[in-house]
Ligand binder design. Structure first.
Ligand SMILES: NC(=O)c1ccc[n+]([C@@H]2O[C@H](COP(=O)([O-])OP(=O)(O)OC[C@H]3O[C@@H](n4cnc5c(N)ncnc54)[C@H](OP(=O)(O)O)[C@@H]3O)[C@@H](O)[C@H]2O)c1
Length: 294
């Protein structure tokens, strides 16, 4: 099976790339766009697909996993054309490529397609994105869902191992593991269901093997505000100082879904043996790896 992972230099794509390589016999190809990573193909999926590199255009892909998007929500709000280019155009082109090869397209989406009035959300909940980022992800979902064979996997608040250590949890724990004090502020009123990127990769492996189609929400059992997330980190790192705020105090460019998050019951009903890990599990793993280095 030939599998293309677009965005393998990123948090989610990187975890999918390494996990599928480790557990499967599939031919896995991964791409980067601006952040060069050895063994990955340089590729901008937003350009006209006819100008795609030969290897991307001509390989008979069984599965294309599209993780590429512009993910800075406030930047997207003020740079609508850029958001459209990286998030929507890339999807239009990868849908065309999927049609050429009759590939399954797996699209990674978000709880930002909901308005955050009554999360955690199930797959069939009413969509109503508040931000440009959310709107562009929803437009992309709608384009993907025109295919016969697609999976839309919605996730939120992802943490985990990544080359750039740029996710919320990694950024905070980096300093704390070095013994440095750190002050971090978090909203008391923004709720989501954080998930480890490795669990996303494991779920995708199952969904590919079983040739599943349609929409799935992936989420751990953690359903937390940002401050509650920080309080979990503080259990392990007393050097963390937490400041709390209300979202309305911040005057962020893009409106956030406040009671966001996702309900993964559909996935867990079909995969009753699957275990989503949580933030405690991940911090304990980091501490163990850190101690082993000393
Ligand atoms: N992280 C979260 O909490 C979260 C939550 C909900 C949904 N999601 C969704 O999950 C997906 C992955 O997010 P992430 O956190 O892994 O983001 P990330 O770390 O920023 O990774 C994004 C990846 O996409 C690549 N990319 C962006 N535009 C591209 C283009 N036009 N052509 C080819 N590659 C392109 C980037 O390449 P370079 O970096 O090399 O330029 C990078 O590898 C996104 O679709 C995002 O909307 C993420």
């Amino acid at each position: 099976m030939n599998i293309l992972i677009v965005g393998a230099s990123g948090l989610v794509g990187g975890n999918i790339y390494h996990h599928l390589k480790a557990v499967s016999e599939f031919n896995i190809y991964g791409t980067y766009n601006s952040f060069e990573v050895p063994n990955l193909i340089r590729f901008n999926s937003s350009i006209n697909y006819k100008s795609y590199p030969k290897i991307i255009l001509e390989t008979a892909w069984d599965v294309i996993i599209h993780t590429g998007a512009l993910t800075n929500v406030d930047f997207c709000e003020e740079n609508i054309a850029d958001s459209e280019y990286y998030t929507v155009e890339s999807t239009i082109n990868l849908v065309k490529l999927s049609k050429v090869h009759h590939s399954k397209l797996i699209y990674i989406s978000t709880d930002y397609i909901f308005d955050g009035k009554d999360g955690p959300y199930r797959e069939d909940a009413q969509v109503n994105p508040l931000s440009i980022y959310g709107k562009h992800k929803l437009i992309s979902e709608n384009i993907v869902s025109q295919l016969n064979d697609y999976l839309i996997l919605r996730i939120t608040n992802v943490y985990g191992d990544e080359l750039r250590n740029k996710n919320f949890l990694s950024r905070i724990t980096q300093d704390l593991l070095l013994g440095n004090e750190k002050s971090v502020s978090g909203a008391t009123d923004q709720f989501a269901s954080p998930i480890n990127a490795l669990d996303i990769a494991k779920a995708i492996f199952n969904l590919i093997i079983d040739d599943k189609k349609g929409v799935y929400h992936l989420a751990s059992t953690d359903y937390l505000s940002r401050v509650q997330f920080l309080q979990i980190i503080k259990k392990y790192f007393n050097l963390l100082k937490i400041e709390s705020y209300k979202t309305s105090d911040l005057k962020q460019k893009a409106e956030r879904p406040l009671r966001g998050g996702l309900n993964a019951e559909k996935f867990l009903t079909e995969y009753s043996d699957f275990h989503f890990t949580n933030i405690d599990d991940y911090i304990l793993k980091l501490l163990k790896a850190h101690d082993a280095k000393l």
